[in-house]
Design a protein around this ligand. Structure first.
Ligand SMILES: *Cc1c(COP(=O)(O)O)cnc(C)c1O
Length: 434
């Protein structure tokens, strides 16, 4: 058939829309219909001889409009804080009512502050006042913008990190209006290096937790204690960007992230950390420390621009309360970190028994969330038989989508990040894919 004839065989917009039936606003159906016809014309121009049915294409598109793009997936990668899968899963209990006392003081009947809901929890946990902004990057920006714009901030060359997705400390510093003064070398920086760089323009001594990499060998960095002593002597505050910001000691589980409390105890005047990394809450950035500094941050106009929504406040309050009351089982991230290799082995064996040809092998779960690759937890993995790449694609395309790991030429599933109640569904998805 000639190209002109193929074009002529395409239905008109009106015809196709009326055949597709109602359900969505007419204008929208027309718009989607035009897109379908344009797609088909492009195929014809490209020399395609057998075209898909226009009506099916349109109906698929209209149906997709009603489906949520953001959907639940089963995370079988074993990466606890998987940045692509939303980092920390939220506590099941975090809710807000229809209306809430978000900025209303029920005691006095007057206007309240939205961060009053998290303020007392932060103060109890950290011993200092704290405020909440949109995320860790916003916290760094606000701290530098308020405390150092127009002045200088001293940072070690070993800590000028890129966290991911292009978030670089030097860039954010430039945007905040503060001038970066680099000291030391990539692998070693001493407190004397900071000391020599202090001028009358110095506003902050900054330390950045190098969350996602490790420099090995001949290395050294100034401790917070040393920096705090220097800062005190010279009247310059010390600010530490902790990144993941663990509020609970995780060393019993083999995780060696510095806690927020230890940084403050060591003398940091101000710290910042993310809400959805090891804290286990929603996306947020917390700034906590000396009262006068926190007071200034809260009065900066950018604080209003970076403020968090009520859903975030509700989820963060719930997470902080669980941490304060040490209700670890109620916090998904803590629950997953605390799973022992034995528990996981039993669960992996259960899943493997339900899938023909599957075997159970020892391996490691990753902490993730910008932590180093060495932060691993022992686990047992379910290895699936068959061609790994194809299996991975099939599982990913299922409903719910299952995200797994490929190592070598094997497809591996780690149940650490799978909820026990998802296991039957997972077994079914695997059987289908195989
Ligand atoms: C993750 C991280 C950030 C950014 O935090 P977000 O909440 O992702 O914006 C900043 N600094 C460090 C050291 C980090 O690890």
């Amino acid at each position: 058939m000639r190209i002109e004839e193929l074009f002529r065989l395409l239905p008109s917009v009106d015809e196709l829309v009326s055949r597709a039936g109602g359900g969505v606003p007419h204008e929208l159906a027309v718009q989607e219909c035009r897109a379908v016809l344009e797609e088909l014309r492009a195929m014809i121009r490209a020399g395609e001889k057998t075209l898909p049915d226009p009506l099916t294409l349109l109906q698929d598109r209209l149906q997709a409009l009603g489906r949520s793009s953001l959907q639940r997936v089963i995370n079988a990668t074993g990466v606890v804080l998987h940045t692509n899968l939303g980092r920390a899963p939220l506590t099941e209990s975090a809710t807000t009512g229809w209306y809430s006392n978000l900025e209303y003081d029920l005691g006095t009947g007057r206007r309240g502050k939205r961060d009053s809901h998290t303020a007392s929890l932060l103060e109890r946990l950290l011993g200092v006042p704290g405020i909440v902004v949109n995320n860790g990057a916003a916290a760094v920006f606000l701290a530098l913008h308020e405390l150092a714009a127009g002045g200088e901030v001293i940072v070690s060359r070993g800590e000028l990190v890129e966290i991911g997705d292009g978030f670089r400390i030097p860039d954010i510093m430039a945007r905040s209006g503060a001038v970066l003064v680099e000291v030391g070398t990539t692998n070693r920086t001493r407190v004397e290096d900071y000391e020599r760089a202090i001028t009358e323009r110095t506003r902050l001594l900054m330390r950045v937790h190098p969350s996602n990499f490790r420099i090995q060998g001949f290395t050294g960095r100034a401790s917070i204690e040393e920096l705090a002593a220097l800062g005190k002597a010279r009247g310059v505050p010390v600010y530490e960007d902790l990144g993941s910001g663990s509020l609970a000691d995780l060393t019993p589980f083999g995780v060696t992230e510095p806690t927020v409390q230890s940084s403050l105890r060591a003398g940091a005047d101000l710290v910042s950390f993310s809400g959805d990394k090891l804290l286990g809450g929603p996306q947020a950035g917390v700034l906590a420390g000396r009262e006068d500094l926190v007071h200034r941050l809260r009065r900066n106009p950018m604080f209003r621009a970076l403020r968090v929504d009520k859903l975030v406040i509700a989820a963060l309050e719930t997470s902080l309360r669980h941490i304060l009351l040490q209700e670890w089982q109620a916090l998904p991230v803590m629950r997953m970190i605390r799973l022992t290799a034995e528990e996981l082995k039993a669960r992996a064996e259960g899943l493997a028994a339900a899938v023909e040809g599957a075997s159970v092998v020892p391996g490691h779960s990753l902490l993730g969330g910008g932590s180093t690759p060495e932060q691993v937890l022992p686990t047992w993995l379910v290895a699936l038989p068959g061609q790994a790449a194809e299996l991975e694609r099939k599982l990913r395309g299922g409903e719910p989508a299952v995200i797994a790991r490929i190592e070598g030429d094997r497809l591996l599933l780690d149940l650490r990040t799978v909820r026990p109640e998802e296991e039957a569904e997972l077994a079914e998805a695997i059987r289908k894919a195989l």
